[in-house]
Write a protein that binds this ligand. Structure first.
Ligand code: NAD
Length: 243
């Protein structure tokens, strides 16, 4: 028996990196996982790997697409128990060189994407008066970082969005929290040069990168009844890095 037997979970950006680790852990804990991602190739792979999980090709920044896909998930299962807003991108540039489209793209996926998914899922969670949402923020959204103004703004916005929705939904049995990772080894951080990597690691008290699985286990905790008195919180998972 898994902790989440029979639960329906939607994980955005779930084909790779942190999202993939979250989808895998929820699947192994008994959830029926709906993976929402824009990468069709990786989607086909995860469907093969996690038997019973479904991949849905969606760009989370597109309001109408997201409404449609959440409706189809609800019509198929009659419920949506969990939403994990994990899909995210970076497009780093110093502010004076940052083009308007680079600003818009990051805000559209990281912040508007989470709004789109919450807006579409919450009506179904309200029908059951229960549900849990976890959004993946970032230490950068708390501390800021040179060259990442768009990303930092999107993640700071995500914190404000999620905390506000937590207050709106608290009376309806729906909890909303965030996990804020530090430096986690995925494709997103693979492109860093050795100098930048060393500089990051030197500031981390645990002296290593985190793993996607170390984020996934905290997400699962926040979705579970083990965290039934936690809502509107940001949980830092960053090896001791002080934002
Ligand atoms: P990743 O690039 O490995 O995975 C991101 C996933 O999101 C991919 O599967 C990608 O296809 C999907 N995606 C991107 N744009 C999308 C869109 N418009 N619609 C649907 N899916 C889309 O990145 P990751 O490192 O696993 O990051 C996952 C989350 O964790 C992101 O929100 C990121 O900002 C956050 N985060 C990562 C780190 C880190 O160190 N890796 C640190 C802090 C926060």
């Amino acid at each position: 028996m898994g902790e989440f037997d029979g639960r329906i979970a939607v994980v955005t950006g779930g084909t790779k990196g942190i999202g993939r680790a979250i989808a895998t852990l929820l699947h192994n804990s008994g959830c029926l996982v709906e993976v929402v991602d824009c990468d069709k190739q990786a989607g086909a792979l995860i469907e093969k790997e996690l038997k019973g999980c479904q991949f849905l090709p969606v760009d989370v920044s597109q309001f109408a697409q997201v409404q449609q896909v959440m409706k189809s998930i609800y019509e198929k299962h009659g419920r949506i128990d969990f939403l994990v807003n994990n899909a995210g991108i970076t497009c780093d540039r110093l502010i004076l060189r940052m083009r308007e489209e680079e600003w818009d793209k990051v805000i559209d996926v990281n912040l508007k994407g989470a709004y789109n998914c919450m807006h579409a899922c919450l009506r179904y969670m309200l029908k059951n008066n229960s549900g849990a949402i976890v959004s993946i923020a970032s230490v950068i959204g708390e501390a800021g970082n040179a060259g990442q103004a768009n990303y930092a703004a999107s993640k700071a916005g995500l914190i404000g969005l999620s905390r506000s929705v937590a207050k709106e939904m608290a009376g309806h049995g729906i909890r909303v929290n965030l996990v804020s990772p530090g430096f986690i080894s995925t494709a997103m951080t693979a492109g860093l040069d050795d100098g930048a990597r060393k500089a990051y690691l030197s500031r981390i008290p645990l002296h290593r990168e985190g793993t996607p699985e170390e984020i996934a286990s905290v997400v699962a905790f926040l979705l579970s009844e083990r965290s039934s008195y936690i809502t509107g919180q940001v949980i830092d998972v960053n090896g001791g890095l002080y934002p």
